[in-house]
Design a protein around this ligand. Structure first.
Ligand SMILES: [Fe+2]
Ligand SMILES: [Fe+2]
Length: 189
């Protein structure tokens, strides 16, 4: 359906080497999770590869694209404009790669914050971003282990980790991360 090798060659030119390697890691981990949790494997690979496509915009460029694509962002995202790289990335990918699949685009859109009622593909990309093999942070192996057993539980752990990290930096938590966490808690109770 999509030309993975072409996408990889574009990413290799566009992203710093470290981020390119991360993107390959997310792609492979997403493919594994997709297989395990019965999600379309090809969509997971494409979304995994492209999820950080807009990660290296300057603040100015990010704001320009937000205006250009009429993306609506809230105050927390306005203050932490890096959070918008998923939303912007999805629009750029639509235009530059002619990828119009809503599931793929949404999984890229919401990989930075999560959201209420995440689709399975959104969970797969969110989680793959956290546990791909190049990720190294305290607790990552615990999340990796749970990823083998329960998708929702592993996503909850990743959300917890992310929210704690945001708190430790004294930043505001995006409402969508809270909604995603509350929903996972409810589903698991
Ligand atoms: Fe990202
Ligand atoms: Fe990422």
């Amino acid at each position: 359906m999509y030309d993975l090798e072409f996408i990889k060659s574009v990413l290799k030119r566009k992203l710093p080497r470290k981020r390119y390697i991360h993107s390959i890691g997310v792609c492979e981990t997403a493919a594994w999770l997709a297989e395990k949790y019965e999600v379309d494997r090809e969509k997971a690979k494409i979304a995994g590869l492209l999820h950080d496509y807009a990660k290296y915009l300057t603040k100015h460029e990010a704001r320009e694209y937000i205006r250009h694509f009429n993306i609506i962002i809230d105050e927390v995202m306005e203050e932490n404009i890096d959070l918008a790289h998923g939303l912007i990335g999805a629009e750029l990918i639509k235009n530059e790669f002619e990828i119009n699949d809503k599931e793929i685009l949404d999984s890229i859109r919401f990989h930075t914050t999560g959201r209420n009622e995440m689709t399975k593909l959104e969970k797969v990309i969110y989680l793959a971003d956290y546990i791909e093999p190049n990720r190294k942070y305290p607790g990552v192996d615990d999340i990796r282990n749970i990823a083998h057993e329960n998708l929702d539980k592993a996503v909850l752990m990743a959300l917890d980790n992310s929210i704690i990290h945001v708190i430790s930096r004294g930043r505001s938590i995006h409402i969508d991360s809270i909604l995603a966490r509350n929903e996972m808690l409810k589903k698991l109770s």
